[in-house]
Design a protein around this ligand. Structure first.
Ligand code: NAP
Length: 480
């Protein structure tokens, strides 16, 4: 095996066309490898291989499937350093974050290995004495998983692990910027001993052709997608034609609210980590930071002080907190949001510009930035910036900030800091979001359900809810 190949039916193979595409380090522009540029024909083969493997995989007892998953998780942890270096090289996040992501990614595999053993059915009292009602759960069938570049390992295992544990074979299409982490994970799946066809990997530079085959091939029974809301809508429209099951983890526009009764130091530290983690490129990154007027100045002073300490550079270097943006598209969006805000009256408290000098010459680097005097009508509050820019927005009272926080088509994650327990419950209940961090900037864990409301999607990943996405419920009404 080697880079450049797809994994189909238990074999590493070239794309049918023989085409490949390059993967580069976003910090340095260095060529990291060439990978297969699959087309429709390759996807068809992968789906057929998965479909062929389905009966055997579904029939295996859950503890047998768990053994393979646990072996894969152990290998991931054993190779954490190596995997983290691959991840940082192609994605840019600091190595420490990449190590954390590998642990997080392995956590889904371990969790679902065990959760697969708890796919319980039900018996229901019948309406007549001579009947018994049994409810069983069965795997949906072949799952197509499509993942983004911002968590090249965790988004893969968050889908694949519950699907496999439920008894579904998988065809994965990772993001074109970050296929190398997926390769490394599939080497591990192969080594762990998954039967041929149970896990299949397709890499491509043409996601629309590959996506069309995954959506239109009737052997695919479910699409599990994480990515932008626009592509999610496209897949949802396509899936409707065959009433195909779909789960969508889409974009966010997370509010981060700091009330005057918050523990200020904790709130500042949490806002920095929520905003600047992964260079601001996570779907649950704080996108809008609302601070109550009475503490705005003290919050801003402490916040800016900490942001100025963030070291920007190549994520592989020791001590770097903020790496490059993934590509030119992402970089241009960040520049546009800052320019728009400043043109409409926002003030730059720190940062505010791209860096192209010295070590920053070959990547898309944007200085960690804090903006003050940000108000409604600026793009930065309407859309996810996906970059290291923190807009500070003052508010007067609870009702006003809840209105502002909910005034968006997204509903993935929201955060707030307050030491008043009544307020914590009140605010958590009123925020229209699927994930709430109340005095917590890191709410995502393998054992809890994660997902959005509104245009942030539907379906849940993680927790016991995560495996239900891949299960059909069947009623057996038995006459005695
Ligand atoms: P994206 O452009 O939607 O891409 C996501 C995946 O979809 C990639 O693998 C991409 O392939 C593929 N894709 C693109 N067009 C497609 C098509 N027509 N048919 C089938 N697949 C297609 O999103 P992104 O820019 O990579 O990722 C960032 C977005 O993901 C943000 O909006 C972020 O908030 C969201 N996200 C959400 C969560 C969550 O849990 N809710 C987690 C992480 C990220 P290519 O790479 O080849 O374009």
């Amino acid at each position: 095996m080697g880079c450049g190949q797809n994994y189909i039916g238990g074999r590493w193979v070239e794309a049918a066309s023989g085409r490949t595409f390059s993967v580069r380090n976003p910090a340095t522009g260095e060529l990291l490898g060439m990978v297969a540029d699959a087309g429709r024909e390759d996807v068809t083969r992968a789906v057929e291989a998965a479909h062929g493997a389905f009966p055997g995989w579904a029939a295996l007892a859950a503890p047998e499937r768990a053994k393979l998953l646990l072996r894969a998780a152990a290998l991931m942890l054993e190779r954490k350093e190596e995997l983290a270096r691959i991840l940082t090289s192609e994605q840019g996040k600091p190595l420490k974050e990449a190590q954390g992501e590998i642990e997080y990614a392995a956590g889904f595999v371990t969790w679902y290995a065990e959760e697969g053993k708890r796919v319980y059915g039900e018996t229901i009292p019948a309406s007549v004495a001579h009947k018994r009602l049994l409810v069983i759960k069965q795997p949906v069938g072949v799952v197509a998983a499509i993942t983004p570049w911002n968590f090249p390992a965790a988004m893969v295992t968050r889908k694949i692990a519950p699907a496999l544990a439920a008894g579904c074979p998988v065809v994965l299409k990772p993001a074109e910027q970050t296929p190398l982490t997926a390769f490394a994970l599939f080497q591990i799946f192969e080594e762990a001993g998954f039967p041929a066809g149970v896990v299949n990997l397709i890499t491509t530079r043409d996601p629309s052709e590959v996506g069309r085959e995954l959506v239109e091939n009737p052997l695919v029974r479910m699409i599990a997608f994480t990515g932008s809301t626009d592509v999610g809508k496209l897949l949802m429209r396509g899936a409707a034609a065959q009433v195909k099951r779909i789960s969508l983890e889409l974009g966010g526009n997370a509010p981060f609210i700091v009330f005057e009764d918050a523990d200020l130091d904790k709130a500042v530290a949490a806002a920095v980590s929520s905003k600047f983690r992964n260079m601001g490129q996570t779907c649950i990154c704080a996108n809008r930071i609302y601070v109550q007027e009475s503490i705005l100045e003290s919050f801003a002073t402490k916040f800016v002080e900490r942001v100025r300490q963030l070291k920007m550079g190549n994520g592989l270097e020791e001590g770097v907190h903020v790496g490059p943006l993934i590509d030119e598209g992402g970089f241009k969006k960040v520049c546009a949001h800052v320019e728009d805000a400043v043109a409409k009256g926002a003030r730059i408290l720190t940062g505010g510009a791209p860096r192209t000098d010295g070590p920053f010459a070959h990547g898309h680097f944007f200085e960690p930035t804090v903006l003050a005097d940000v108000r409604k009508g600026m793009q930065i509050l309407e859309e996810e910036t996906f970059g290291p820019v923190a807009p500070l927005v003052p508010f007067r009272d609870e009702a006003e900030v809840i209105r502002a926080a909910n005034d968006t088509r997204y509903g993935l994650a929201a955060y707030f800091y307050s030491q008043n327990v009544s307020r914590c419950i009140r605010v958590a209940e009123q925020l229209e979001y699927g994930v709430i961090g109340a005095n917590d900037a890191m709410p995502a864990v393998p054992q809890a359900p994660f997902g959005g409301l509104k245009e942030s999607g539907f379906g849940r990943e993680g927790g016991r809810e995560g495996i239900e996405e891949f299960l059909e419920v069947k009623l057996i009404s038995l006459g005695l």
